[in-house]
Write a protein that binds this ligand. Structure first.
Ligand code: ZN
Length: 454
């Protein structure tokens, strides 16, 4: 089956992965090289109720690079800055999900207590699987944000090992909040429109839409696009159950020129975020190497998640868990692409498709359970959606019309036709033809919404 002709997604968001809840989060202390194994992750673990003890209501932003080649990986520090807002939850400072190929953590230096953590994914991890990564080294910009600490923290970035599935430390340093090399320059102010405001950023999901490829004269269109797409998101299950939980902001980052860069068509457009199609030479894969500009713009609001809206009719986008997602706005499938990519970036969902012209065969180590909630190798199926399958449904579930509305375990997903299983025959994480998100993806999205609302 040719997915391009079917109009399906080809937009990878996760490649190398692994799984089984390797979790040092509840231990409270950091022991280099030693990772606690646990399959339970208590929501709200960590310094619940102690936000004010450890943090002030601002952002500490750490920019760095993930760099290397197919075999090596190093995180290089770039710089730090203080930003004026913090939109994240106060109780849920510790990540309970254990999603992401990476995670970053902050430990209170004096007590060694874990006070903040988040899992995330990166474009670099995908690039590591390309032929180019066998021939050269390359650096990819990344950003970590956390509430601004009151006292010295130990900041650690870890990556899951493909071979062992355990987290390994790739970056480790102390950060003193009074360090005068934390940049305190004013942010570059951009006009912000509150598209939808339902409550306190600390107890609501705050989405920052950032204008990309809109000139100063296009901002009315941008505000209308942001409004239309926020309405769309809130019309889709399970978001539609939580319409009172979302704040949306439209951040007017003006571009010199309208549109977006499409190298394969010899189209080069100078835009605010410098997005480009043809990421890894895939014609519909749109990402940016200028994530710094994304976060410079986002600093104008308190945010939990960032969505870059790209002023183009072309089909495509990209999304990375806890980093950013982007989508064009004027294609007939733009709403579907946007909600699919946001599924990656917001809820850590995997692609459920598997037939594509790109071979992703090494992205998942089938010896382990993948970390994404909506695919399984059945290595630890109990940790996934097995309990949502009724006893009369066979596992694996045949791709038979009588099961087309049934939650089961259908072979194929995560770019592989064998060895990885998906919850339903179709889902928004699989195709544009699906009626919506499958029950397993809906459950994962709902949990993430509630996490940000604590
Ligand atoms: Zn799904």
């Amino acid at each position: 089956m040719n997915l391009r002709k079917k109009g399906l997604f080809l937009l990878a968001a996760f490649l190398l992965t692994s799984s089984i809840l390797v979790n040092a989060q509840n231990k409270g202390t950091f022991i280099p090289g030693k990772v606690a194994q646990s399959q339970t992750v208590a929501q709200g673990a960590g310094p619940s109720g102690e936000f004010d003890k450890y943090f002030v209501q601002k952002t500490l932003r750490i920019d760095y690079f993930l760099a290397g080649d197919s075999k090596t990986e190093i995180a290089y520090f770039r710089d730090m800055r203080q930003e004026p807002f913090w939109g994240g939850p106060h109780d849920n400072t510790i990540d309970p999900f254990n999603y992401g190929t990476y995670r970053y953590s902050a430990y209170d230096s004096a007590s060694k207590k874990l006070i903040y953590s988040r899992g995330f994914s990166s474009l670099f991890q995908e690039w590591k699987g390309t032929d180019e990564a066998k021939k050269m080294k390359r650096a990819f910009p990344m950003t970590a944000v956390l509430p601004f600490p009151k006292n010295t923290i130990r900041f650690v970035i870890e990556k899951r090992s493909y071979a062992t599935n355990a987290f390994e430390v790739i970056f480790d340093r102390y950060i003193n909040p009074s360090d005068y090399f934390i940049n305190r320059e004013n942010i570059h102010p951009l006009k912000v429109t509150k598209i939808r405001e339902t409550g306190d950023p600390a107890t609501h999901v705050d989405i920052a839409f950032i204008a990309e490829g809109y000139t100063a004269g296009d901002m009315e269109k941008f505000r209308n696009d942001a409004s239309r797409l926020s309405d769309y998101i809130l019309s889709v299950e399970p978001y539609s159950k939580y319409t009172d939980k979302f704040n949306f902001y439209a951040i007017e980052a003006p571009s010199d020129e309208a549109g977006v860069t499409i190298p394969g068509k010899d189209i080069f457009v100078n835009t605010s975020i410098h997005s480009s199609f043809y990421t890894f030479d895939m014609d519909r894969y749109m990402t940016t190497f200028d994530t710094k500009s994304i976060y410079d713009a986002a600093a104008n609001v308190p945010y939990d998640a960032v969505i870059v809206l790209v002023n183009s009719k072309r089909y495509g986008g990209g999304g990375f868990y806890n980093h950013y997602c982007e989508s064009t706005v004027d294609n007939q499938y733009s709403t579907l692409v946007l909600i699919h990519e946001f599924g990656h970036s917001f809820a850590g969902l995997a692609d459920e498709y598997y037939a594509s012209e790109v071979t992703y065969s090494d992205f998942y180590n089938l010896k382990f359970e993948p970390w994404e909630p909506n695919i399984t190798t059945k290595v630890n199926f109990n940790a996934k959606w097995k309990k949502m399958i009724s006893p009369e449904t066979p596992i694996p579930t045949p791709k038979d019309a009588k099961y087309n509305k049934t939650v089961g375990a259908f072979e194929g997903g995560g770019y592989l036709s064998k060895g990885i299983f998906s919850p339903t025959m179709d889902c928004r994480m699989k195709s544009n033809e699906a009626p919506g998100f499958c029950p397993v993806c809906q459950d994962a999205i709902s949990k993430m919404i509630l996490f940000y609302c604590d």
